[in-house]
Design a protein around this ligand. Sequence first.
Ligand SMILES: [Zn+2]
Length: 467
Amino acid sequence: MEYGRDFDFSRPFFDQFADLLRVVPHSALAILGDNENSDYTNDNYKSKNCYLIFDGEQAESCYHGETFVNIKNSLDFLFLNDSEQCYQCTVCHNCYNLKYSQFSQNCSDSWFLKDCIGVRNSFGCINLRNKEYYIFNEPHTKESYEAFIQAFKSSSHAQVLAMQKKVNDFFATQPLRAIRGIQNQNVVGDNLNNCKNAYECYDGYDLQDCRYCTDCLMGAKDCLDVHVWGDGMENCYNSLLVGASIRNIMSSIYVIKGCSDVAYSLWCLQNSQDLLGCVSLRHKQYCILNKQYSKEDYFDLRAKIVEHMKKTGEWGQFFPIQKSFFGYNETIANEYYPLTKNEALKQGWTWSDYEVSVQAERVIPASRLPDDINDIPNDILNWAIECEATGKPFKVIAQELKFYRDHHLPIPRRHPDVRHADRLALKNPYHLVEINCHNCQKEVQTSHPNPKEKVIFCDDCYYKLVN
Ligand SMILES: [Zn+2]
């Protein structure tokens, strides 16, 4: 509140907000608390013994991943919920001991699954429901399945690579469901579960009457244009990273934990209400640009500022990208809408040339690593590995090495950022196109890129296939 200031009707709102934003001290990390022994993580809540994980809550002994809820002992993941002992899983829910899998739910003790539900002890399968002992979608006896697993030398990098190729070749011959999701009613979008009346939403759970919401995995109602979060979120608009029992939030970032009736504010929490243009406030009410007003004065001034912002064209808009602290390339916008430096600068947006400088005395190129995890000595912890794709050095930590050994997995040859990009590439874009069902020719929408090169089924044909 020390930084509070009067509103100046001779200037645009966003300029005044940016001035405030640049003088109020900020928390270095978006760590919401109850984190234990989890350095090098950000945007987390309730994580314990974790390393390089981002955007999620409740994780224990997890490393290298993004976007999660309630996970344990997992490594290298993207969109992982309610799961344990998972490795290289992308968009998986309620899974246990799953490796190299995608878009699967309620599955366990399996390798290389895609679009499976309720599958156990299986390998290289796609589009299966409630099956056990399947290999490349063919049924096996328990004994022959176990013999196959014995013969697969998962500890060898070369063997995993060869198997991954075989699996991908097999998957490419199988139909894909046009849109992914279960238990939805009247929805348009992709990766939606248990949603009702959701339009153009992607990666959402328990959404009701929402539009243009993305990555809201913990439930939302009556929301429009929100990226990330939920968990008791009602009537929010045009906001980013908002959630935990909030309502009536507009054009804000990180307004969380019991806040209501907040607009154009950033990092305000703990039951704050009736705020406009505020930064880093807690337990506050009737504030504009971090200055305290009486209830009557607040509503009177707020109405005038809204009128002013309507005249300047700012009301209803999100914060201009030019006011961001971050270069375009440092934000996740660049993951979904990638631009080159020149393209970003041409728009008048910022770009960061910051490069992490890594000091490593001993560097080993990935190609020179022993092929098998059994031949990797503990001394690898004292070396930097040079990424096979980018040449960027990275390290393996002791907990990771133990995970690879316990699960008979090779150590990675690629930098964590590259592994993240590889997983992200498995997801479809936030964009739908019209195609005809490969089977019945009915017109359907799909988010699969290059749909004409794939076998894509409508829901009716897909259900007949899988059941
Ligand atoms: Zn069809």
